[in-house]
Every structure is written in C-alpha cells, then in structure tokens.
Design a protein around this ligand. Sequence first.
Ligand SMILES: Cc1ncc(COP(=O)(O)O)c(C=O)c1O
Length: 406
Amino acid sequence: MTDEIIAQFPLLQKQQDGKRMVYLDSGATSQRPQAVLDAVSRFYKEDNANPHRGVYALGERATAAYESARDTVAEFLHAKREEVIFTRNATEALNLVAYSWGLHNLKAGDRVVVSILEHHSNLIPWQQVCRATGAELTFLYTDQRGVISDEEIEKKITKGVKLVAITHVSNVLGLVSPVQKVVDRAHAVNAVCVLDAAQSAPHLQLDVTKLGVDFLAFSGHKLYAPLGIGVLWGRKELLDDMPPFLTGGDMIESVREQDATWAELPQKFEAGTQNAGGAVGLAAAIHWMQGVGYDTIARRENDVYQYAWQVLSQLPHVTLYGTAQGQHCGAISFNVEDVHPHDVATILDADAVCVRAGHHCAQPLLHHLGLNSCCRASFAVYNTREDVDALAASLQKVRKWLGYGS
Ligand SMILES: Cc1ncc(COP(=O)(O)O)c(C=O)c1O
C-alpha cells in the first residue's frame, strides 16, 4: 500500500543503485514535501522581488509573501508577529541572542548555564560571550542516560545566574529536556532562558506562552522547509532593549554621516536582503505539518522510535546510548562493537541506508558519555518500521563485511 505521507516527498521516491532510499538523517536536515517545493517555485515564478524595497506591484507582492510567512510562524509559535525574526538558521538565531543580549547584559561575576547536551551552536556563542564579558560558563550535567536531575537544576541555577540556554531535545540522544523545571528555576533567580528548539520544532507543537522561555530558536530545514531560513523568537521587551546584531540595509529608521537609529521590531534584527523564498517555504512547511496533524506526526514517530529501540537493542554487538524511558523525538545513537562509526555509515550506505556518523556537533556531550563518536539514526514523519528493519538488516552485515565471525 502506498503511504500517503511518503508519496509527497519526491526525493524519497528515488533509488540509490536500484535500492529504496532509507533516509534516517532527518536530525541533520529533513526532506521536503512537494507542497513546499511548489510554494518556493511559485514564489520565484510569480512574486519574486526584494521585499520591503519596491513600491511597484511585484515588490508589494514579495513583501506580502514574506510578511505573511511571518504571520504563519507567529501563529505556529503562539507569538506576536513583531517578536518573530527571520534568520538563516538556528545557529544565527542563537548567535544573535548571545552577541546582542549577552554582550550587553553580562559582566564579570555573572554566570551563564548551559547543559552538557548542547549542540555546538548553543554552546560556542556562550563560550565566546563569556570570554568577552568575564562571565562564567557552567554546565548542567546529565547522568549516563542523558537525564538532567532536579537536584542538578536546583544546584546549578542559583542567584548570580543571568542566562540559561538549553536544548529542547538532544540531537544525539533524542531525549526531551526538563524545560519546565529549568524555566521555573531560571525565572526564580531572574535569569533569562533561551530554548534551542532545532530538534523539537519538527516533532512537537511549540507554544511560547506555555513554554515560558524568553528566547527560542529553530531552523526551517529540519522541519521540511528549505535550507537557509531560521527563526528567532524573543519577548518584545527584551528584543526592544537589545542593540542590532547585524547592521546595514533595511534595519534602520534614519542614517546620518556618523550615526543611525534603528527600525522597529522585527526589522531591527533583519539587516540586508532576506531569504523571502525560504520564508515562503517555511510557511508552506508549517501549513503542511498542520495539515498532517501533530497527532499523526506524534503517533507515527513514536511508533517508529519505540520499534527502533526494541529492534536495535536486540542486535548483537550494537550498543545504544541514552534511554528508551522519557519523552523522545526522533533520534537514536549507537555504535557497533569494534567498528568505527564512519565505517558503519559507509557500509550502511551500500544498502542505501543513510545515517549520520561522528560527534554530531556535540563533542562535550560525547566526552561526557565516554565516547569519541557514534552513529545516529534520526526519524521524521515519513519514516516507517520498514526503514528500521532495513537499518537492522544492514547493521547485521557490518561486522561480517569487516571480517568478524559474527
Ligand atoms: C540541537 C541543535 N541545535 C542547533 C542546531 C544548529 O542548526 P543549524 O545548523 O540549522 O543552524 C542543530 C543542528 O543539527 C541541532 O541539532
């Protein structure tokens, strides 16, 4: 039977050396449904001009398409439209907070707390800003399963902490972080809370009014949208007080020879020509996800995740990292005994099974878990139990391929 969701993804219909493509790297980037490809193509064929520039009808249409995409994102996050800033990706959004809020609000003696789970994008900007301001960077550590305890949150987020930056979902372990507890604790000590939603936005319904965080960042390309478009959401009162991150065209109110004043939100943070085609694609991706329905997304993804954990945990010589307990989104990491993860991924590729291998831009987490690298299978709504079976079958060949008896 044709799966109605898979059928909407042209790339997933392709074969590799006559084999069905088993794409298990959506944590790195997702594939795009036809609806998104069509929306982007339509924008470039019918509405393309530089948004916020031309007063001619075509320019107005480009502006309307771009700003309507902002409305869609605002509705998606349950946020006010002026609080939605388009960026290139989650990395740029997190750097914006670090360099604009961090550089101007942190000083020697302050503390910044991140978790050991962080992707480098939500770690290095804080390292840099702490170095520049003299603030101290401290970590919420996890146990071996990747779980942050209540005691750790209480112990580390104390008076003197000015900012807490945490990932919503670990890109390595797929585990959902205890965001509510972190936010409550951060606000109890008057710290600002930044949520890296890069790995949650494709899977969970996000509502900034319920999450209670102060900033939230995600990338479009992990949730079925084009590459090169991302979002920073921030509370208006914080964004209003922050200086621009990048400066140049379209982010100003007026410019004189020696100085300038800034445009209102969100333009203050959108310097230069923006990726309007990407924003249109992001809006289409959000509409597509809403059309599929979060219940369907959760049902399909949870089923595949649990099946994958069950099947992979029974394979000899395969070690899984993390825990099957707790709420998960889309990622399982593992190693095959005595085989380098790059060799595993290369051997799986011969069966058209695509998994990621390496440190997953989370080197401190891997060191904390006693690893140098591992493989990661990550899932999206188009993955099925059949994909897991293909992964398991291919994994069973790995050691034999390299000459081991079993
Ligand atoms: C948890 C997490 N945060 C941030 C990022 C950075 O995303 P991007 O490279 O799209 O900026 C990633 C990318 O994998 C991620 O998994």
